[in-house]
Design a protein around this ligand. Structure first.
Ligand code: SAM
Length: 226
């Protein structure tokens, strides 16, 4: 049984237009997502951190395959579930994104092509490192987009800093998990030309051929992590 307060909050937010944004209301970021969809034969999308379902709704409006989105908090899960119920392809999971991701990867199998949008944070446990390790271990074909990530060479993009105990979303925090031979990618669009909240992001793949193909996208700029 959903909590009635959460149900009421959904209707209040809907009436007042406060149901969150599509990829931080960033048109440049939306173009990157659409470019990835056009360039790769994506079989499924995974999103860590549903929140109000704003980005999930954007994904579902552009992609008819399976979408899995995971949210830790019951309140956000209920609100997003109500918002997203018209999209039959969206599977709303309540739980830790790392555990949900592990199950989704097992169910999809190594050969399925996944787009992974890693956006679960805000609390003491930052799942990014565990999520990256899981994708590296269980998937052969994938693109990963990490939200709220520090963009090297463009300080106008915002990023999340949870302090030395928890972590900072920047390359140093994940460097040991990356293949030094493969580039990673930042938005090619300068932050001054981006719209919305201007949050930074990082894209990567652990697969060499997919990583090279990301380099063909005009919306991305390559960066050597080493
Ligand atoms: C930045 S918001 C996500 C925004 C959403 N992806 C969007 O684009 O609209 C972060 C969300 O992650 C959730 N979260 C934090 N840690 C989590 C975890 N370990 N597992 C699942 N969700 C988590 C938070 O409750 C919050 O709703």
């Amino acid at each position: 049984m959903p909590n009635l307060k959460h149900v009421a909050e959904y209707y209040a937010r809907r009436l007042t237009g406060k149901l969150g944004h599509h990829l931080n209301a960033q048109e440049g970021r939306q173009r990157i997502f659409r470019d990835v969809l056009a360039a790769f034969p994506v079989d499924y999308i995974f999103e860590g951190g549903t929140n109000l379902g704003g980005s999930t709704e954007y994904f579902a409006s552009h992609f008819e395959g399976e979408i899995h989105t995971a949210e830790l908090m019951q309140r956000f899960h209920t609100i997003a579930s109500m918002r997203l119920r018209r999209f039959r392809q969206v599977h709303r999971h309540r739980g830790n994104s790392t555990e949900v991701l592990s199950r989704v990867l097992d169910a999809q199998g190594r050969a399925a092509f996944g787009f992974h949008y890693l956006d679960a944070h805000w609390y003491d446990y930052l799942p990014i490192r565990d999520e990256l390790a899981l994708i590296r271990e269980k998937s052969d074909r994938h693109v990963i987009m990490i939200d709220d990530f520090r963009v090297e060479g463009d300080a106008g993009y915002g990023y999340d800093d949870y302090g030395p105990e928890t972590g900072v979303l920047e390359l140093g925090y994940i460097a040991d998990l990356l293949d030094p031979e493969l580039p990673v990618y930042f938005p090619a669009l300068p932050s001054a030309q981006e719209t919305g909240f201007r949050r930074g992001c990082l894209l990567l793949s652990f697969d060499a051929a997919i990583s090279r193909a990301l380099g063909e996208l005009a919306t991305l700029r390559a960066h050597r992590p080493g």
